[in-house]
Design a protein around this ligand. Structure first.
Ligand code: MD3
Ligand code: FE
Length: 203
């Protein structure tokens, strides 16, 4: 079922559920090679969300700025490859939402523990803003904040639950968005955490 959230944003509720166990196994294998870490923003704040990446590029931040890089700065090695299951899921979701030839080259993996949040921001480090971003939520539910093109625009709240996939393209692509502090809870597969995958075309 396709639910439009906003112009350009399509929610596919439960789209990833049939693959949840395999997705979690794949994420564990990625994290064994490129461990989750809490990075520092250019402003010097340590993020509450722990991150890793897979694919030919990974998103990183440090005191010098935000960027996509082919190597994990913590290990010096290339990011783990994007498992075919993850790539296919992202391509299928994009296609359901009207983006026929989405070819992600980066998958950022965010891990939230209770209390972790993501402040309002835009995703604008990708070269081709015409490509959508596909997000996959696993584990504990989160309150997602979705605003407008200006930071001060009013935000709407949506609950994103285990297995939900959202495709963000068109006019939604540059909207400000964030995640409210994660409420504590226990998820049957992931325990006290939420994992979010975002598939991107970085270059
Ligand atoms: C709307 N992640 O990694 S996913 C991010 O739940 C990020 O971890 C959040 O924002 C998370 O950058 C939200 C949903 C999402 C992702 C990218 C977007 C919504 C978006 C880009 C543009 C507009
Ligand atoms: Fe974002």
């Amino acid at each position: 079922a396709r639910e439009p959230l906003a112009p350009g944003a399509v929610l596919l509720r439960g789209f990833a559920r049939p693959y949840d166990n395999e997705l979690i196994t794949a994420i564990e294998a990625i994290a064994a090679q490129a461990p989750f870490r809490r990075m520092v923003t250019p402003g010097g704040h340590q993020m509450s969300v722990a991150m890793t990446s897979c694919g030919s590029l990974g998103w990183v931040t440090d005191r010098s700025g935000y960027r996509y890089d082919a190597c994990d700065p913590d290990t010096g090695r290339p990011w783990p490859a994007m498992p075919p299951l993850l790539r296919r899921l992202a391509e299928q979701a994009a296609s359901e939402a009207g983006f026929a030839d989405f070819a992600p080259d980066a998958c950022l993996i965010n891990r939230y523990e209770p209390g972790a949040k993501m402040s309002l921001h835009q995703d604008r480090d990708e070269r081709d803003i015409g490509a959508p971003i596909v997000s996959v939520s696993l584990g504990l539910p989160a309150t997602f904040l979705f605003g407008g093109l200006k930071r001060t625009d009013k935000t709407q709240r949506y609950r994103l639950a285990h297995g939900d996939v959202v495709v963000w393209g068109g006019p939604a692509r540059l909207a400000f968005h964030g995640v409210a502090p994660l409420a504590d809870g226990e998820h049957g597969l992931l325990g006290r955490q939420r994992i979010n995958l975002t598939f991107r075309r970085a270059r």
